[in-house]
Design a protein around this ligand. Structure first.
Ligand code: DX5
Ligand code: ZN
Length: 216
């Protein structure tokens, strides 16, 4: 598949969200990436259900919700109601990951599983066939604008091999420090979805930045 671009609203202007939502609506981007942080799983607090519900009313593209929260099972139906299309939980926050994935899919959403930089791809061996999206964190979760971790290229290749050997239809999403300097190599390694926060919203011309990131 051609790779998808998911601008991360964490880097948008929160006092002027409708402007940035329209920007993404009118761009070549594919998904809205929405980062939910609880100040517990990660050392930062971002935004939650009411903001996502409001974004849903204006967004014309897939809502990709990345939960950086402990015990995400408590909020699966709430995020469905708020408008999530893809709901991603962290492997490190889910002692019963298989059950969590099933609960997300039972609500009619795509189920994503995110891996922190220290978590090897091999932990997904026994559950890869049930997952729709694997999100590889290429920075430590919690903040936008961090430096890309180079080890990510290897992880993508390993994950791609695992997906192919198991006959899984999971797609690979990369999140953190993605920009014009590394996006091509990420796609060559097997990435399907690229999250881009600062490389889009801090660019002089965000529309142009998205167009560039879509080029093969
Ligand atoms: C980090 C978030 C990312 C973040 C990426 O914890 O999961 O989605 O918004 O921002 P950039 O692209 O600026 O690294
Ligand atoms: Zn994210």
């Amino acid at each position: 598949m051609a790779h998808l671009i998911a601008p991360s609203i964490l880097a948008a202007d929160f006092a002027n969200l409708s402007k940035d939502i329209e920007l993404v609506n009118n761009s070549n981007a594919d998904w809205f990436h929405l980062d939910v942080m609880d100040g517990e799983f990660v050392p930062n607090i971002s935004f939650g259900l009411p903001v996502i519900e409001a974004i849903k009313r204006h967004a014309k593209k897939t809502l990709d919700v990345h939960l950086m929260i402990i015990q995400p099972d408590r909020y699966i139906s709430a995020f469905k109601k708020a408008g999530a299309d893809v709901l991603t939980v962290h492997y490190e926050a889910c002692p019963h990951l298989h059950r969590t994935i099933q609960a997300i899919q039972a609500e009619g959403m795509k189920a994503g599983v995110a891996l922190n930089p220290h978590t090897p791809v091999s932990v997904l061996e026994d559950v890869i066939q049930d997952i729709d999206v694997v999100l590889i964190m290429s920075v430590n979760p919690g903040f936008g604008g961090q430096k890309f971790i180079e080890k990510t290229y290897d992880k993508i290749k390993k994950l791609k091999a695992l997906i192919q050997s198991s006959g899984s239809s999971a797609i690979i999403e990369i999140d953190g420090g993605v920009g014009l300097g590394n996006y091509k190599q990420l796609v060559e390694c097997g990435a399907d979805v690229l999250v881009a926060g600062n490389s889009v919203f801090a660019a002089k011309d965000p529309l142009q930045a998205i167009t560039e990131l879509k080029k093969i």
